[in-house]
Design a protein around this ligand. Structure first.
Ligand code: 9MR
Length: 364
């Protein structure tokens, strides 16, 4: 009797095991029939005719794990933004001296691997070199800015296809940010910057880039009005960059969708420029899952809008991310872990891209 019970129990266990194996093989077959195992974010993005990319960390070419970093980067992405090396303090360290050496390494890596370069950034209030920190007259500062923009854009003419011409010029309250540029020159520094960038490279795509403008709020309303007026005046602005530094609470997706639409209706191209989704430092599987859902949802909404040209992450491995150094208690904001293993967010994004591709092929 006891023996019978045992064999019955074992039988149930074996059936369970068989069932699990069967389900697993179904799953694998499903993935195989999607063709996903041979695909990367890059391969899917290319088939969809969009760009998916990353901010390249400082000096990646000399990192101890640089070869892994570069391998993953070129496998997964078709657009790159240097995270810091095109900013003023790096590229224009003295009044009469430019240093393109580091920026060039990023550009070289991108171009050698068939990636587009997104330049960041021509006018910003952070990471300015010390020499700018003095009393300027309006005329002097206009001259400094014009020379900087024309020199940098001219230097990378034909190589940098997209420029963040003006970055973060608006405060969270929805007013002009009180930067050196605004205080000395006045709001016209913005249109002048676009005009000079266009003169230096008529073929580059010129965008305004900012954070916390993903949904409809006082700041995005101000930016909307600003870029609308620039367009109406004939200022050469081609697009808007939504940085998308967000957290585990996600954003209001309906508002995001409507916001993208109103900017696209102005005839502008749209870019997600610096996406990361920060989660608690001691993250659980649930956090990672929630993060994956947020990434996937943002991708889904972006792919609905044909004006969205590119979606970029602010880095790709959690090993190199500005998040833990800036937001106490937060980390793991990117789509690869510190050992370059793809996280749930990576797979979720891939599924969204694959689904979109399937729809596209079916002519939906
Ligand atoms: O990721 C960048 C970090 O390494 C720099 O220390 C920091 C300095 O301000 O800038 C970070 O990048 C910012 C980007 O240039 C503009 N948008 C916000 C990004 C995160 O702060």
């Amino acid at each position: 009797m006891e023996l019978n019970k045992l064999s019955l129990k074992m039988g149930v266990k074996s059936v369970k095991k068989l069932l699990v194996a069967f389900l697993l093989s179904l799953l694998t077959l499903g993935l195989a029939s999607n063709g996903l195992e041979g695909e990367t974010l890059r391969s899917l993005a290319e088939k969809l005719g969009i760009y998916v990319g990353f901010a390249s960390i400082n000096n990646f070419w000399v990192l101890a794990d640089g070869s892994t970093y570069m391998e993953v980067a070129k496998r997964e992405f078709n657009i790159l933004t240097p995270e810091n090396h095109m900013k003023w303090d790096s590229i224009h360290p003295e009044r009469d001296r430019y240093d393109f050496s580091k920026a060039e390494r990023h550009v070289k890596f991108a171009l050698e691997n068939g990636m587009v370069v997104h330049g960041h950034t021509l006018v910003w209030h952070n990471q300015l070199p010390p020499w700018l920190n003095k009393e300027w007259t309006k005329e002097e500062l206009l001259q400094v800015l014009e020379e900087h923009i024309k020199t940098v854009v001219g230097y990378f003419k034909g190589k940098v296809k997209i420029w963040d011409v003006v970055n973060e010029a608006v405060s969270d309250a929805g007013r002009y940010r009180e930067t050196i540029w605004y205080k000395v020159i006045g709001p016209e520094y913005i249109e002048k910057a676009f005009i000079w960038a266009r003169e230096a490279d008529p073929d580059a795509t010129l965008i305004y880039n900012d954070y916390n403008i993903e949904t409809i709020n006082p700041k995005s309303n101000f930016v909307y009005q600003l870029v609308k007026e620039l367009k109406e005046k004939g200022v050469p602005i081609d697009g808007v960059g939504f940085q998308m530094h967000i957290d585990i609470n996600g954003i209001n997706y309906e508002s995001f969708r409507n916001n993208l639409k109103r900017f696209a209706d102005l005839g502008l191209k749209l870019y997600i420029t610096e996406m990361d989704v920060r989660i608690p430092k001691n993250a659980t599987q649930e956090h990672l899952q929630k993060q994956a859902e947020i990434y996937a949802k943002i991708f889904e909404i972006c792919l609905e809008n044909p004006a969205v040209e590119a979606i970029q992450f602010w880095g790709f491995t959690d090993k190199y991310s500005w998040v833990p150094g800036f937001f106490t208690g937060y980390d793991h904001a990117l789509i690869f872990d510190r050992d370059y293993n793809p996280k749930p967010a990576y797979f979720a994004i891939k599924q969204v891209l694959a689904k979109k591709l399937e729809e596209k092929l079916k002519g939906k």
